[in-house]
Design a protein around this ligand. Structure first.
Ligand code: IPE
Ligand code: IPE
Ligand code: MG
Length: 253
């Protein structure tokens, strides 16, 4: 189990152990070039490859990427189906390479809504790479932060059929083992590309004490230098977790 930032104060570190990214701006990248939106998504897959490589070089242990939100089904049917096609193809083409590079793949989100081919590719990829430990790459697909909290509550009560005694408080940290990211520490650094400054139903619970970093770069233009810039910004932050600055400086928790 990992530290819960609302129960214990995590150890300070210069390099984020877990980086979570909202990869936004593919459509605008394509539009600026008078290309169809899917061309931006395709280019976005290349930025994913570069970012995975860079994350390993920087010493990041967990990288979580928002690929498709539970609200992205609201897009035109054609874009949704092209995105599904791209996701399937990326799984087919990349999983062996991830494995060869010692990367563990996890997919979080309600995958029950995906077609069988994608569900099988996800399961096979997770199984193949389960023993790897160089980097854990998590793809959030049909993921929503509210869905995650709701499914965790459901799993909690499935594991505790006795329920709560009348009037008993529910301990927030008690829910954490049931979140879809229970295998990872909380994100230290959250990055959103594309210029918007919002969470868009990403990791609502897990981002409680993450450092937030926003960049106007569109996702297809994100690269190793951009990741390094975000990590450098993280290194200059003072994370206080509710304490005073003096407590942080003297290490007197
Ligand atoms: C992010 O890029 C990728 C997905 C949400 C699938 P967008 O497609 O949202 O790009 P913009 O925001 O329209 O530029
Ligand atoms: C968030 O981007 C979801 C992903 C990057 C997968 P959106 O483009 O869907 O977010 P909004 O709609 O601008 O908030
Ligand atoms: Mg967008």
């Amino acid at each position: 189990m990992f530290t819960s930032s609302t129960r214990d104060v995590p150890d300070p570190r210069r390099v984020p152990r877990h980086v979570a990214i909202i990869m936004d701006g593919n459509g605008r990248w394509a539009k600026m070039r008078l290309l169809p939106r899917i061309a931006g998504h395709r280019k976005g897959v290349e930025a994913v490859r570069a970012t995975v490589r860079a994350a390993i070089e920087e010493g990041v242990e967990f990288l979580t990427l928002f690929a498709f939100s539970s609200e992205n089904w609201r897009r035109p049917a054609e874009e949704v189906s092209l995105l599904m096609e791209l996701f399937g193809r990326a799984l087919e083409q990349e999983v062996a390479k991830l494995h060869a590079n010692g990367i563990r793949l996890r997919v979080i989100g309600d995958t029950s809504r995906f077609d069988r081919r994608i569900r099988e590719l996800v399961a096979a990829g997770e199984t193949l790479t389960a023993g790897n430990s160089r980097l854990t790459l998590t793809i959030a697909a049909n993921y929503g932060g509210r869905w995650d909290v709701a499914q965790a509550a459901r799993a909690y009560f499935a594991a505790h059929p006795e329920g709560l005694a009348p009037g008993a408080a529910m301990n927030p940290e008690g829910l954490e083992p049931y979140l879809s990211t229970a295998y990872a520490p909380e994100p230290d650094l959250f990055i959103r590309t594309g210029g918007e400054q919002r969470i868009s139903n990403f990791l609502l619970w897990q981002l409680a004490y993450s450092e937030l970093y926003f960049t106007d770069l569109l996702w297809p233009d994100f690269d190793a230098a951009a990741l390094r810039a975000a990590i450098a910004s993280f290194g200059e932050r003072e994370r206080r977790f509710g304490q005073t600055g003096d407590q942080v400086h003297t290490g007197d928790a």
